[in-house]
Structures are given as C-alpha cells and as structure tokens.
Design a binder for this molecule. Sequence first.
Ligand code: NAD
Ligand code: DAU
Length: 353
Amino acid sequence: MRYNPRAMKSVMVTGGAGFIGSNYVRFALERHPDWRIVVLDKFTYAGNPDNLKDIAERFKDRFTVVRGDIADREVVFETMRMHRVDIIINFAADTHVDRSLTEPGQFILTDVYGTYVLLEAAREFKVERYHQISTDEVYGDIPEPHRSREDDRLRGSSPYSASKAGGDLMCLAYHRSFGVPVTITRGTNNIGPYQYPEKVVPLFITNAIDNLPLPLYGDGKQMRDYQYVLDHCEGIDVVIERGVPGEVYNIGSGVETRNIDMARAILDLLGKPYTLIQPITDRPGHDRRYAVDISKVRALGWQPRHTFAQAIEKTVRWYVDNEWWWRKIKSGEFMEYYKRHYSGREVNLQLEL
Ligand code: NAD
Ligand code: DAU
C-alpha cells in the first residue's frame, strides 16, 4: 500500500510485543489504514518477536519496532521525536501477579515510574491522546453481588495491582494538573493467541495437551471475567476514538467463571480427564472475585462479541494449531520459573468436580 506520510497518524504502542499489545497492533493496522505504528518494547521474557512476525511482513511500510525501556527517558523522548508521535498507547508493564510477589521493585519501576516517563513525553510533545491500559485488579477483591464501577475505591491486593493503580493515579494527575488528554481502560482477564504460558489459561491448555497436571490454586472457586483478547482490543479502540479525556472505562464480558469451571472447559475441549487437575497451595493474597460493570463503555457503542464458551473454544484451538509458538517458550527460562514456582505445592484436596 502507498501512503502520504503527512495524512497519516503516528501512534506509539509501548509493550506491543507482548500478548495484548501484539493483538492490538495487528487489529489497529487493519482497522486504521491511516495509522503508522511504532512499537517501543523492552523485550522482557514476555516480549516476543514471534508475536509480531506476520505483522512485520504484512505491514512493513507502516510498522516499526524500537527496542527500549519505557522507564528510560532518553529512549522514549528520542522515539517520540524520530517518529513524530501523535498518540501514545501504553501496554508496557510487568504483568504477572505471582512474579510481583517475588520481585515487587521491578513492577514499581515499569508500571509506575515507566508510566510517569511516558506521561512526561505526552506532556512535552503535546500528544492528541495518551491511553493507559489498566486492569480490573486495581479494585481488589469484589464481594458478590457488587460489580466494580470506574469511580470505586482502588484497593489493589498484590504489588502488581498496587503498581497498576499507581500508574492510573499518575495518569489522572497529569490530566488534572497539566491537561494531558489521558484516557484509561481497565480490562478483565484476557485470553486468546500469543499469551505467555505463565498465565493460567495458556498454562492449563498447553499442560493438558502434554497430559501434565493443571496446578489449580486453592479450592478453584475464585472467579475471573475471561474475555476474548480481540473484544478487549476493540473496546480500547472505541475508547481512544470516542472516550472523554480524564475518564476511565471498564472493559470485560460482564460474566465471571470459576477457575475450576474454566479448567474443566479446557479439558472437555481437549478430550482429557478431570483427574489432570492438581490442587496446589493458594497464591498469597489471592483475590476471590473480580467483576466489573461495563455500562460506561457500552454507552460508547461497544459490546463484547464472544461468550466465555466461544472465547475458550477459539483459544484452545489456537494453541492446538500453533505448537511452533509455545513449545519454544516452554523450555529454558520458563521451565526454571515453573520448577521454582510450582515444586512441592501439591495438596490433597477433594475438589467438587
Ligand atoms: P505481557 O506480559 O504479555 O506483555 C508485556 C509487554 O511489555 C512485553 O512485550 C514486555 O516486553 C513489555 N515490557 C515490559 N516492561 C517493559 C518496559 N519497562 N519497557 C518497555 N516494554 C516493556 O502483558 P499483557 O498481558 O499483554 O498485558 C498488557 C497490558 O494490559 C499490561 O499493562 C497489563 O497490566 C494490562 N492488562 C492485562 C490483562 C491480561 O489479562 N493479560 C488484563 C487487563 C489489563
Ligand atoms: O484481571 C486482569 C488481570 O488478569 C491482569 O491485570 C493481569 O496482568 C493478568 O495476569 C491477570 O491476572 P490474574 O492473576 O487474574 O491471572 P492469572 O492467569 O495469573 O490467574 C488467573 C486465575 O487462575 C487466578 O485466580 C489465579 C489462578 N491460577 C493461576 C495460575 C498461574 C491458578 O489456579 N493456577 C495457576 O497456575
């Protein structure tokens, strides 16, 4: 495709080599023919060039990758200058709750300080929009029947969720104090292609394919709203286009599933026995339930397209069809992490199967 660079918008997607970021970049390049995207990513263990392989081939004249840390002011400001960035969309973060329990400092550096550096860049370069990707975890444990609304108190339980809440508050402060046109979306648990298999759904699917145990925390009755990643991407896009600066929007399917039922759904789809489910000791500080009210983003004209059953079916199919992607990952660093994290945690618990 030929394009006129002056008619194009320049969009910097930080963390675009990760799970949701790479799905969003693919979605946005298709949806917005007038966007050029530069991905700024540190390529941590979760950032993977394979996530962007097809994009680099299909959209080579509108797509660039810069390796760098969002907490590094020089790299961020240089990328902004070089690419004359109009919009910043920040997906970059340390994202795994379990890892935040053993290395909280790294989460503060990226999720709080890194967000501050990006906001400084947004302010200095007077961007049209700064969009922050946040999470429903900032609301903490939600007792039934409440569903979190955007102005609820922030009560993050883990160093991860506390760091994300810190990032959100910094965004709102930059809007109020300096007029930076910030929007924030708080998404629920995403599932779909290219998710690093430390997260429960790709871990359970890939373990089940190999007839390995599915390590289920506690009694498995914790509830999460598992939404399909492309629904989330579409919601983010709607908020960037139609959302009001200074506002926060929840994005999710609006339906929660218990972890034990999610595990059983995966085993049913793969034709594997429930006896693969292995109860293990619980995550410290484990939030029992997340549930969000999505009426505010619905009012912008967005709605989820997948039920949990459809989302998990598509997700299982992708991992079955794309062993080339996950088998490489489930070796080396990952296996060391896996042994360190899961060894010796098995418990004898009679689950309600
Ligand atoms: P991920 O761990 O798959 O990817 C994170 C990406 O950020 C990786 O490419 C990594 O290399 C990059 N990164 C990490 N630190 C960086 C730094 N200092 N500088 C530049 N790049 C850095 O994460 P994900 O699941 O795709 O999550 C993306 C965003 O969405 C995060 O902000 C997360 O908090 C949020 N979120 C995730 C979910 C979910 O279910 N996965 C739900 C709601 C919100
Ligand atoms: O709610 C949005 C959040 O969802 C995002 O902000 C986070 O970045 C993302 O990692 C995710 O956090 P969770 O802690 O909910 O995801 P995780 O996949 O780690 O765990 C989902 C549920 O499954 C949770 O109740 C813990 C449980 N679990 C997790 C793992 C890794 C298990 O039972 N066994 C496991 O091995």
